[in-house]
Ligand binder design. Structure first.
Ligand code: ADP
Length: 153
């Protein structure tokens, strides 16, 4: 078998989530994931009923963040995650875990996704400094008029 850069299969992972908003914790998973994969597709799961403008509000800052990085692509999707992974030619799903609560949920999702499609999930544990950072906390603080920039990349 030859190993040239032209015929080597790119290892692509899909990092799916709501990313509403995309936090420092998410960015850390992407950065660390790039040590393991050649390409990461950040799949922003959106409800079909969501207005185009609302989807854009989530996606635009993430696209802006990775604008100079060819290894990262940001795409919205509204189908089953494993179907989107197949569409993206991603053989792996990448996820992050902050706590035991996340762990139980992620394990169930990984099991179901493997059963459905054979696609494996790679889990990265969050850095301790980001383990309390969540999109829902950021949204809540924002709703009370608090500055949330310290949680965002
Ligand atoms: P979902 O709604 O699918 O859980 P999220 O946008 O909340 O999507 O999260 C996407 C992924 O990122 C999940 O695997 C989640 O556990 C992980 N994640 C969220 N916040 C952090 C963080 N601070 N550190 C590491 N991983 C995180």
């Amino acid at each position: 078998m030859t190993h040239t850069s032209t015929n080597r299969k790119l290892r692509t992972a899909l990092f799916p989530g709501s990313f509403n908003p995309f936090t420092l914790g998410h960015a850390d998973i992407v950065n660390r994931g790039l040590q393991l994969f050649d390409r990461i597709i950040i799949g922003v799961g959106v409800n079909r009923d969501k207005a185009e403008a609302d989807v854009e509000k989530i996606i635009a800052p993430i696209r802006h963040l990775y604008a100079g990085n060819d290894a990262v692509e940001v795409r919205p999707y509204s189908c089953l995650t494993v179907d989107f992974a197949t569409e993206c030619c991603a053989a792996t799903i990448l996820r992050g875990v902050r706590s035991m609560k996340d762990f139980e949920y992620e394990r169930d999702m990984a099991d179901i996704n493997r059963q459905l499609s054979g696609i494996e999930t790679v889990i990265l544990f969050s850095r301790p400094e980001y383990s309390a950072v969540s999109s829902s906390v950021v949204r809540e603080l924002k709703s009370f008029g608090r500055d949330v920039t310290e949680f965002l990349p």
